[in-house]
Design a protein around this ligand. Structure first.
Ligand code: PLP
Length: 783
């Protein structure tokens, strides 16, 4: 593997150097994508694919008597992300390079990425992800660009004590940020961009005081303390955990990145450029300290006036919101003062001017001031980082049309109204997420990619809208049969993998019904689990009745501290062991927990799926991107009108997707009228039976009350209204089963999905960011 990886990398470095030289000479506007997560997965096959050397490498390995797929399997995933947000950053890097943008990803080189998940007796167990153990073939340390990052200490003000004038930050503690560069090749265009990830290095002088008192060994051991900053990725998805180390990580990447941005900005030695040279995109609020940090650099280091500095910051920064779940919104307690004293001062000044601005446009509206303040005063004082990002950015976007509407109409409504009063145009925008069709079709599903290329040529991976040209082939029975045949081959391959990995024999003729994503209550894996029980009960009640066989697969990691999510995993595995070992059920129903779901497993599972489960409560999943991967690979979707599902349905037409459940306004109405979960439990017989079984220990005979609390909580609270949607879900699943019986008609719907998926290329998403937020032209150099 390392011999092949280094050979492939060799093919890339010439292009990498030439691309970077070209940017240096032309000095175009640079785009900086700041993210605490980059969920890259494996690099080898993607690099060969994007460089156009995959078939020659295949051939070369074959000549050597080696199996290239076996070598590819030896590579560790770069799992520096939790789920959708981190994977989006990875897809964006691919698209930015493919479109030839002078773009950079900036983040942290965690020594340990997302944990490896083991399932032991049905429970999730976490193992450290020691992904660098055997070395990393793809990155390169750049010690010449190492920079200091300061924490703690205090601020010395000028004689007038004015916080908005240049100050000195003194007596701070320093850590160094050492960059490692990973090349990110564009597809077929010779562009190779850079992902720069920082690792923490202790200064040589660390703990010098202890050296002098003689405990040399202790002093050297203590160097770990500083280097812990880049040790491990926080494993929460859509959840804010206000830990000091996490805040240190957030400042670490922001501080190192801004020093690098300013160094590069100054290096061409232009006096003052006439057009903006830098766009900074904040992937959620995680890098929000970029706003006060850039203010600090401009005022304290460059000695700029506040108002001029502020204009630069706002024109440079843009913020992407990824969720409306309140528990996910970052609200740092002001004890951030100890760690970042100058930044808190700057935030207070920003807030003071912000409050004055609101008062000017909405005189006397005290409640509005309280709602919009950057500093929340009720209870423990906290800084609302989303508010900071909105005020400090010229553009704020949601990640799907419905999500952008929700943030504009409710969560950030006050800010939209202020923006209107200020005469700003287009500050609040939508940028519907996308996925890279290179990894998510060309790489993971070569059978389907070849079939498509036979019909419409080889250009579609760069111009995914061309998939529309497949639409007329719905009336071509031979083509429909080949689509089905490729799906069948993918299913056989996955079945082989499942048997090899977990010893479960699945029926490749059954419907592969798949839900893979982080385990979260709002994503409602529990609803899927209860449906499994309903199917089980139906088979048991009448074993000879016609039943459309299914293999239900669920995969995903639970945050280690998320008790309810871990119980959901245990429940699914408990149901699985009962169902899979029941001879009456046979191969009508099998349940597979896909252990350790990650990018490389997604690449195996998604091409083999018949049915994609996208069943979040309407209004909770901002976009989803898993939904798009399934659509592109010819799986049909059962889903709610949530996130990007809405736009997927629009693109393919409602007849090609299975939509069920409440819409956003119906969820809101149910909340207003007072949601009574128990009434649904009482009135839907199959639901009541299933919940009573789970609660009374039918699936956990050794520990009969294991799931009792869990079910009680569902019947009494049910925050995500699973019970209200359940009947509609089961009826919809029955329509799915009915449709699956007619293979030809089903496959036609699959083709309609594929043909309509062009909108969801991340190339489209990035083109929109470039035009409507970054003000960068897409020009490819091609040489
Ligand atoms: C795409 C992807 C996700 C996001 O899936 P959603 O269904 O949108 O939540 C999460 N994890 C991995 C490994 C992915 O590839």
């Amino acid at each position: 593997y390392f011999a092949l990886a280094n050979t492939v990398r060799d093919q890339m470095v010439g292009r990498w150097i030439r691309t970077q030289q070209y940017y240096y000479e032309k000095d175009p506007k640079r785009v900086y994508y700041l993210s605490l997560e980059f969920y890259m997965g494996r690099a080898l096959q993607n690099t060969m694919l994007n460089l156009g050397i995959q078939s020659s490498c295949d051939e070369a390995m074959y000549q050597l008597g080696l199996d290239i797929e076996e070598l590819e399997e030896l590579e560790e995933d770069a799992g520096l992300g939790n789920g959708g947000l981190g994977r989006l950053a990875a897809c964006f890097l691919d698209s930015m390079a493919t479109l030839g943008l002078a773009a950079y990803g900036y983040g942290i080189r965690y020594e340990y990425g997302i944990f490896n998940q083991k399932i032991r007796q049905g429970w999730q167990v976490e193992e450290a992800d020691d992904w660098l153990r055997y070395g990393n073939a793809w990155d390169k340390a750049r010690p010449e660009y190492m920079v200091p990052v300061h924490y703690y200490g205090s601020v010395e003000h000028g004689a007038d004590g004015d916080w908005s004038k240049p100050c000195k930050w003194v007596n701070s503690q320093v850590v160094f940020a050492m960059p490692y560069d990973t090349p990110t090749p564009g597809y077929g265009n010779n562009t190779v961009n850079t992902l720069r990830l920082y690792t923490a290095k202790s200064p040589n002088s660390f703990n010098l005081g202890v050296f002098n008192t003689g405990d040399y060994i202790q002093a050297v051991c203590d160097r770990n303390l500083a280097e812990n900053i880049s040790r491990v990725l926080y494993p929460n998805d859509n959840f804010f955990e206000g830990k000091e180390l996490r805040l240190k990580q957030e400042y670490f990447v922001v501080c190192a990145t801004l020093q690098d941005i300013i160094r590069r900005f100054k290096s061409p030695n232009h006096p003052t450029p006439s057009t903006p040279k830098v766009a900074i995109q904040l992937n959620d609020t995680h890098p929000s300290l970029a706003i006060p940090e850039l203010m600090r650099l401009l005022i304290d280091i460059e000695e700029m006036e506040w108002d001029r500095a502020w204009k630069i910051v706002v024109n440079t920064c843009a913020y992407t919101n990824h969720t409306v779940l309140p528990e996910a919104l970052e609200r740092w307690p002001v004890h951030l003062r100890e760690m970042l004293p100058r930044h808190l001062e700057i935030i207070y000044i920003i807030n003071q001017k912000h409050i004055e601005n609101i008062s000017k446009h909405f005189p006397g509206d005290m409640d509005r001031l309280r709602r919009m303040s950057l500093v929340e005063e009720d209870g423990e004082k906290r800084v609302n980082m989303a508010h900071l990002c909105i005020v400090g950015s010229h553009a704020v976007n949601g990640v799907a049309a419905i999500h952008s509407k929700i943030i504009q109409d409710s969560v950030f409504k006050d800010f939209v109204e202020l923006s209107e009063k200020m005469g700003e145009v287009n500050k609040f925008q939508n940028k519907t997420n996308g996925i890279t069709p290179r990894r998510w079709l060309l790489l993971c599903n070569p059978g389907l990619a070849d079939l498509i290329a036979e019909k419409i040529g080889e250009d579609w991976p760069k111009n995914l809208d061309q998939l529309r040209e497949l639409t007329p082939l719905i009336d071509n029975p031979a083509f429909i049969r080949s689509i089905n045949q490729v799906k069948q081959e993918n299913k056989m391959k996955l079945a082989g993998f499942i048997e090899k990995e977990w010893g479960i024999k699945v029926n490749p003729a059954s419907m592969f019904d798949v839900q893979v994503k982080r385990i979260h209550e709002y994503k409602r894996q529990l609803m899927n689990a209860i449906h499994m029980v309903v199917m089980y009960n139906r088979i048991k009640a009448d074993p000879n009745k016609d039943f459309v066989p299914r293999t239900v697969m669920i995969g995903g990691k639970a945050a280690p501290g998320y008790h309810t999510a871990k119980m959901i995993i245990k429940l699914i595995n408990s149901i699985a062991s009962m169902v899979n070992n029941d001879p009456i059920v046979g191969d009508k129903l099998k349940i597979v927990y896909l252990e350790n779901y990650r990018v490389s497993l997604a690449e195996k599972v998604i091409p083999a799926a018949d049915l994609s489960e996208q069943i979040s409560t309407a209004g909770t999943e901002a976009s989803g991107t898993g939904n798009m991967k399934f659509m592109l690979n010819g799986a049909l979707t059962i889903g709610t009108l949530d996130g990007a599902n809405v736009e997927m349905a629009e693109e393919m037409g409602g007849e090609n997707i299975f939509i069920f459940g409440m819409k956003v306004h119906e969820v809101e109405e149910l909340d207003r009228s007072g949601y009574n979960a128990r009434s649904f439990y009482e009135s839907v017989p199959e639901l009541k039976t299933a919940l009573d079984q789970i609660s009374s220990g039918y699936f956990s005979p050794l520990e009969p009350d294991q799931f009792q609390h869990f079910v009680d909580n569902l019947i009494n609270h049910d925050r995500f209204k699973l019970l209200a949607d359940f009947q509609s879900y089961v009826e919809c699943q029955d329509r799915v089963s009915e449709a699956f019986k007619d293979t030809e008609q089903w496959t036609k719907m699959c083709l309609a999905n594929i043909a309509a998926s062009g909108k969801f290329s991340s190339d489209r998403t990035i083109s929109e960011y470039a035009r409507e937020i970054w003000g960068t032209k897409i020009v490819s150099k091609n040489s």
